[in-house]
Ligand binder design. Structure first.
Ligand SMILES: NC(=O)c1ccc[n+]([C@@H]2O[C@H](COP(=O)([O-])OP(=O)(O)OC[C@H]3O[C@@H](n4cnc5c(N)ncnc54)[C@H](O)[C@@H]3O)[C@@H](O)[C@H]2O)c1
Length: 327
């Protein structure tokens, strides 16, 4: 394909009007009509088929003996995810920028009788991720389950932090997912088996004004995971390589985070890393496309959030935080 996204002086090619000629349009209308008829005919059978698949999905798959890689597995939610995978008999590569923490997690993982390997990586740096792939494949084997969990919990307003801080948050929270997925997806496609989980956040569904960069990266993870799922489907891997996007609410991990939430007067329910990890791995075993780890009433509220008038969403938001305009 022509690399039209690269912009050089004077090389812009204007789309020609012939591309929209009448006969082409009418051919498209016929095609669209046929597709509408197809949807009408197949709507009910497809709905029934999907319901059956959903119920079949109540049955959990086994990941015993498989190899998982968890980024940011040294602490917090990442560590809880590693231990939950180990409980299911899965071998775990623990990748973290904090090697001491990764070693601690790996030691705890081994207590479940599975293999574990601590690895030092900066997921925000592509070369570091390439080295990670070589190391994990040489020492543990090909990766079946990739969990992109590493993230910077940077609750900064747009005017706080340096330009370098902004770039770093984007690199670690979002760009890193591209590096790891590009590194491991080809192996999954060759073996026609794999599962990729991206850790977003409820801030990837409902944005928070005092975490502008963070929210933007978490919306990015959501878009990436949904597009990736579509790409596996379009390339014929729908029943072989699965994707899950995880949306935790607030999780009691870092002390600084809890102090900040208290300071902001946050009244949103808090979950433990273990609870979130249990829900995450439970959903992964059932090949769930998305997991929002909140109580049902909050999940429903999130689903309707974007169709509510903004005045209503702001009122509801005030139940959970003191984020109302300051005089
Ligand atoms: N804690 C929450 O309230 C919350 C809520 C929603 C989503 N999340 C998401 O869950 C994930 C984990 O959050 P957490 O609360 O456990 O965070 P945490 O800060 O407790 O742990 C993050 C881990 O990632 C590692 N890490 C950081 N930068 C790295 C890098 N460049 N390369 C490799 N490892 C790196 C850290 O060393 C640490 O071990 C993040 O993506 C976060 O955005 C957290």
């Amino acid at each position: 394909m022509v690399q039209y996204f690269k912009h050089n002086d004077g090389e812009y090619a204007q789309a020609s009007p012939e591309l929209l000629d009448a006969s082409r349009l009418s051919r498209n209308w016929m095609d669209i009509l046929m597709r509408i008829v197809k949807v009408m005919v197949l709507f009910i059978p497809t709905l029934v088929y999907e319901a059956v698949l959903f119920l079949a999905g109540m049955e959990k798959k086994s990941i015993k003996g498989q190899i998982a890689l968890v980024t940011g597995g040294g602490n917090g939610l990442g560590r809880a995810l590693c231990l939950q995978l180990a409980k299911e008999g899965c071998n775990v590569a623990v990748a973290d920028i904090d090697f001491i923490a990764a070693e601690n997690t790996a030691q705890q993982v081994r207590e479940y009788g599975v293999r574990s390997l601590p690895l030092k990586v900066d997921v925000g740096v592509q070369q570091s991720v390439q080295q990670l792939k070589l190391d994990v494949e040489a020492k543990l084997g090909p990766v079946d389950i990739l969990i992109n969990n590493a993230g910077l919990l940077a609750l900064l307003s747009l005017s706080e932090g340096t330009p370098e801080d902004v770039q770093r948050i984007i690199d670690v929270n979002l760009t890193s997912h591209f590096w790891t997925i590009r590194a491991f997806k080809d192996g999954m496609m060759e073996r026609r088996r794999g599962h990729i989980m991206g850790v977003s956040s409820t801030f990837g569904i409902v944005a928070f004004g005092r975490a502008v960069c963070y929210s933007a990266t978490k919306y990015g993870v959501r878009g990436l995971m949904e597009a990736l799922n579509e790409e596996f489907y379009a390339n014929g891997y729908a029943n072989e390589i699965f994707t899950t996007c995880l949306y935790p609410g607030f999780v009691a991990t870092r002390m600084e985070l809890l102090e900040y939430l208290n300071q902001q007067g946050c009244r949103f329910p808090l979950q433990t890393p273990n609870t979130v990890a249990e829900l995450a791995i439970e959903g992964l075993l059932r090949n769930r496309f998305e997991i929002i780890t909140l109580p049902i009433y909050l999940r429903l509220a999130m689903k309707i959030y974007h169709i509510m008038p903004v005045g209503v969403t702001r009122l509801v938001g005030e139940i959970f935080s003191n984020n109302a305009p300051q005089p």
